[in-house]
Ligand binder design. Structure first.
Ligand code: NAD
Length: 463
């Protein structure tokens, strides 16, 4: 595994931005097909190193094998999808044909883009934001999460090998508070692509709104933030499916996914049976070394995260009923799955705040009205789900459960590029969905040129 220090400094940010700014015009003016083919080549290289890349991630991000492999595959999908999308978006196109007038619309990159990425999908998310910015003609500085600079290094090495020049793509690992904050505020960084916590995202949005005299543009921010995602289980739900769907959504990668289920709202008729079954199913999860293929949950990303989650568990014991605490290895970074139940009307903090760990709260609702009202009560609007076999309930929940990605009768994690474009609204972020048809538009400025083509003779070229 590459051993990368987070040693970037503010001086290095300034140097990197100067280099990226100088490299921008030539990269912007390369043909769309040129840039798209570099992404296709990147995807092909990643495919040949799939296990190797997953191995780096298992060691650095402690992802179990199956999740690490899915993360690598998602990165490959992003490269291929955005390569195709760019070929639709970037070439100039003629607008309305009028005799004597030629109108052309095209899109071009905005300048230097900073990619500030999280550790939980260290390859897929970092790759998605990076290649979207590159394929649309921007130069990019990647500032990965402090926990996963090695995965980001492997990604950049492949992009350089595929043909991205070194000044067009730079990697700058360093602390968020210094390197990240300096990139956000630099007057020559035109686009900020961020995925991470709400607190940092809101800080970036505030900082980016300041437009200094030295700045010839308004910064654009693509900001994907957290979630407090719920699944509703109604009285007609198939309990076998619901239990497995909820278990995987809540405890896959120890709940350290923005899309993870952290609230399950069960209608009275099914509540006790569902809870009993979920407890038994959760006991079967294996907590241990993520290098072993049979492991379901590894340690949390670091001790700080584990301490924070343990704090929520202690709070949960006071405010709700602890139904299950699965044993975990004695190492302080491990936290086993925890289930809490809450009686009707209760709103403990564990059912409101994003915990980002293996903690699931089961809430009881009298009917669908109440279930929807609990589900929609969060300011986060990222993912949500329903298990039901009643068509009218499926219809109503589709309309009234307001989240960015809603899943019916399946788990709520594991969105696929192109098939389930991903992203939320409300406090879950601004910007259009990653892996969807509008995503690349955020990285470009549109231009139109109108030419009067009525003949008035041409000046011959000079001899
Ligand atoms: P984080 O906000 O702590 O860090 C994200 C990135 O921001 C890191 O690179 C970090 O170094 C950088 N950063 C930190 N402080 C900064 C500052 N002041 N200025 C600029 N950059 C700064 O998030 P995390 O712990 O890495 O990731 C977990 C969070 O990400 C969760 O809240 C999760 O829900 C969210 N997330 C959202 C999505 C989505 O698509 N909506 C996807 C994955 C993760």
């Amino acid at each position: 595994m590459p051993n990368i220090a987070n040693s970037g400094t503010v001086e290095e940010v300034n140097r990197a931005v100067d280099l990226a700014h100088a490299a921008f015009p030539a990269w912007r003016d390369r043909t769309p097909i040129d840039r798209s083919s570099v992404l296709q080549q990147t995807a092909a290289l990643m495919r040949t190193r799939r296990d190797d890349l997953a191995g780096t991630m298992i060691r650095e991000a402690k992802k179990p094998w199956i999740e690490a492999d899915a993360d690598v595959c998602e990165a490959i999908d992003f490269c291929e999808y955005y390569a195709q999308q760019a070929m639709q978006l970037m070439p100039p196109r003629s607008l309305e044909e009028i005799p004597g007038e030629d109108n052309q619309l095209w899109h071009e990159g905005r300048g230097v883009a900073a990619v500030i990425s999280p550790w939980n999908f260290p390859q897929a998310i970092c790759c998605g934001m990076t290649v979207a910015a590159l394929v649309t003609g921007n130069t990019v500085i990647v500032k990965p999460a402090e926990q996963t600079p090695g995965v980001a290094m492997r990604l950049c090495e492949i992009l350089w090998e595929a043909g991205i020049p070194r000044d067009v793509l730079q990697l700058l690992p360093g602390p968020g508070e210094t390197v990240g904050a300096a990139l956000v505020r630099h007057p020559q960084v035109a686009t900020l692509a961020f995925t991470g916590s709400k607190a940092v995202g809101l800080d970036i949005l505030r900082a980016a709104a300041e437009t200094s005299e030295a700045q010839g543009f308004i910064k654009r921010v693509i900001c994907e933030m957290g979630g407090k995602n719920a699944i509703i289980v109604d009285a007609s739900a198939d309990i076998d499916e619901a239990v497995l769907g909820v278990r995987q959504s809540a405890f896959g990668y120890s709940g350290q996914k923005c899309s993870a289920c952290s609230r399950v709202i069960v209608l009275d008729e099914n509540h006790d049976l569902f809870l009993r079954r979920l407890i038994e199913a959760t006991k079967a999860l294996v907590v241990g070394d993520p290098l072993l293929p049979g492991t379901d949950l590894g340690p949390l990303i670091d001790l700080e995260a584990a301490e924070k989650v343990r704090g929520y568990i202690e709070r949960g014991k006071r405010e709700a009923k602890l139904e299950l605490a699965v044993d975990a290895p004695a190492d302080a970074a491990f936290v086993g799955p925890h289930l809490f139940s809450v009686e009707r009307g209760g709103t403990p903090r564990i059912a409101v705040e994003e915990i980002f760990g293996p903690v699931l709260t089961i809430l009881r609702a009298a009917d669908l009205d109440e279930a929807l009202s609990i589900a929609n009560s969060s300011g986060y609007k990222l993912t949500g789900g329903l298990f039901s076999r009643t068509p009218s309930t499926l219809d109503r929940v589709r309309r009234e459960f307001r989240v960015g990605n809603l899943y019916l009768n399946r788990g709520i994690t594991g969105a696929l590029v192109g098939r389930q474009p991903f992203g939320g609204f409300g406090l879950s972020g601004v910007g259009s969905k990653a892996g969807g048809p509008d995503y690349l538009r955020q990285f470009v400025d549109p231009r139109v040129c109108t030419e009067n083509t009525l003949r008035r003779g041409f000046v011959p070229p000079p001899n």
